[in-house]
Design a protein around this ligand. Sequence first.
Ligand SMILES: C[S@@+](CC[C@H](N)C(=O)[O-])C[C@H]1O[C@@H](n2cnc3c(N)ncnc32)[C@H](O)[C@@H]1O
Length: 288
Amino acid sequence: MVWSFKKSDALSEQQFFLWESLLEKRTGIQLARTQHVLLQAQISIRMRELGLEDYQQYFDFVDNEAIGIAEWQVLVDRLVVKETSFFRHRPSLSLVEELLQERLSQQSSTLAQKIDSFEMWSVGCSTGEEPYALAAIANDCFEAAGVAPYFGVTAADISMPALSIARQGIYSRRSLNLLENNELSRYFTRQEKDKYKIADKIKKRVCFSQINILHLQHKPVQPMDVIFCQNVLIYFRRWRRREILKQLVKHLKPGGVLVIGLGELTEWRHDELKRIDSSEVQAYKKII
Ligand SMILES: C[S@@+](CC[C@H](N)C(=O)[O-])C[C@H]1O[C@@H](n2cnc3c(N)ncnc32)[C@H](O)[C@@H]1O
């Protein structure tokens, strides 16, 4: 038997512009020219799955917020970069550990306030490795100190399929490559084949929800001790990165810490924040 595939026509410059504009308007993501190939490939694959041949017809469908919203959810998942791994940036996690140690040592001094709760937020959490790592760090610190305050991680992403993988908490060995063996055995149970399931005591600390980072102002989120927003802002224009960070600062408790990816926004300042002195992490403490 001879298989034959109909080769899709290339997207025209004008159609690239339409798709790029739609993606940026709805997600904030600005595509580099080198990503045109990815855009073309993902759109063509999706159109083939739907049995469509006309780019404009598909665009008009997705662009229609009333009828195209479910299709947009599918497509956006294919266009965002979801690369992540457990303990991806250890120095940033060590900073959270230090913050917790500092709070715990204050707690043991007579003048200090007791830790009643510790809230963290992973913004752009992808498939869950980052929020689970945050929960694991906090779990270890509280266990070692012999205290049991409430702590939790709110984990948010625009991609529903990524959130669904995150909620399962089952990973291949590859995404756990940066873990030491003792961490792997403490945080995961091995399942059949190459699969590892996050421990229940970590899993129950993380709550996943869909959020578009462009609409943070409409989200009722409780004040946070730690906000992690790593490897998300790099896809946005600089003015938008600043706007998003300004929104995130509103959700920080006094003394809370905002952590972004190193170099994701250089020379950024905010009146309510002090940059933490470190060459390895880009993090800010809320001082008022
Ligand atoms: C490269 S991953 C980063 C994952 C994790 N923070 C890390 O550093 O490993 C970027 C994530 O940002 C999410 N994202 C992109 N645009 C978004 C938006 N407008 N709102 C919320 N999440 C978004 C993507 O879906 C993706 O899962």
